[in-house]
Design a protein around this ligand. Structure first.
Ligand code: CP
Ligand code: NVA
Length: 306
């Protein structure tokens, strides 16, 4: 039996596959009238954490492709009463063609993929958010052209979204400069992986140095779902806020990105996220074509080699 095409993390897929998925996403976006490319296919969306964008964009994506989605959340399912992820995977595989899971522990995602007999998509874990970063790379390239060789600066908490940016920097060959307080920096193992795979990824606690001359400035919430020690984190992260002064250190035509939801006055000031350099609404919109393409790749459609 052919190996299942799970979309678990960007570091598990080769650059040509990821580029192929983005190329199809661009085509799907420009031919929005193309319908029914996945007729009758069913997608299970399993949420152990809240979502606005991921839920709605996946539901609309499969519906526009001619299939449909069923949604399961923690409180409305037996997952909330202790049924295992593996058993859930075995059962859902009898009903649907593809499963998306949003969960806390990345081990849950691997358990789902190991037990499922249909492809599994990572809809965010505490460790990564690969669907988001596919839409982000697509958005970058719509505004700035090919991302290879460009410089992206991250200032804030080096969280799950930052980790997927590291994977993307290696796979799409751009420079990534991460600035975070020392206690909120990424795990050394991830940086070792990036460097041993030729990635140009730097880490410091200096937001000014990270942003200087960058093509894109990106951040995310200081308080990811499940984070605690709110006041301690806030005081550590204050110097990393993207305000107009920090944004001005980037190139004059640099763009600002944020996966959303945003917290104005914390990680970004409204002058930046609501200002002329911000592309956050298009970024959110691109979740739709990016995830249509991911669904098509998982299901062996779209002509993208594994
Ligand atoms: N960016 C993102 O994944 O948003 P949601 O949590 O609303 O899905
Ligand atoms: N880092 C955030 C991303 C939300 C889309 C979180 O995990 O809550």
């Amino acid at each position: 039996m052919a190996e299942l095409r799970h979309f678990l993390d960007l570091d598990r897929l080769d650059s040509a596959t990821l580029r192929g998925i983005l190329d199809v996403a661009v085509t799907l976006k420009s031919n929005a009238s193309d319908r029914a490319l996945l007729p009758g296919r069913t997608l299970a969306l399993v949420f152990e954490k809240p979502s606005t964008r991921t839920r709605i964009s996946f539901e609309v994506a499969i519906q526009q492709l001619g299939g449909h989605a069923v949604v399961l959340d923690q409180s409305g399912s037996q997952l909330g009463r202790g049924e295992t992820v593996a058993d859930t995977a075995r059962v859902l595989s009898q009903y649907v063609d593809v499963i998306m899971l949003r969960t806390s522990a990345p081990e849950n995602l691997l358990e789902m993929a190991d037990a499922a007999s249909v492809p599994v998509i990572n809809g965010l874990t505490n460790a990564s958010h690969p669907c988001q970063i596919m839409a982000d790379v697509m958005t970058f390239e719509e505004h700035k052209g090919p991302i290879a060789g460009k410089a992206v600066a991250w200032s804030g908490d080096s969280n799950n979204v930052a980790a997927s940016w590291v994977h993307a920097a290696v796979k799409f060959e751009f420079e990534l400069r991460l600035a975070s307080p020392v206690s909120l920096q990424l795990a050394p193992a991830l940086l070792d992986w990036a460097h041993s795979n030729g990635g140009r990824v730097t880490v410091s606690d200096d937001p000014n140095a990270a942003v200087d001359g960058a093509d894109c400035v990106v951040t995310d919430t200081w308080f990811s779902m499940g984070d605690d020690q709110i006041e301690e984190r806030r005081s550590l992260l204050e110097p990393y806020r993207i305000d107009t002064a920090l944004m001005a250190r980037a190139k004059d035509d640099a763009i600002f990105m944020h996966c959303l939801p945003a917290h104005r006055g914390d990680e970004v000031d409204s002058e930046v996220i609501d200002g002329p350099q911000s592309v956050v609404w298009r970024e959110a919109g691109n979740r739709l074509p990016a995830q249509k393409s991911i669904l098509m790749w998982c299901l062996g459609e779209g002509g993208i080699d594994a």
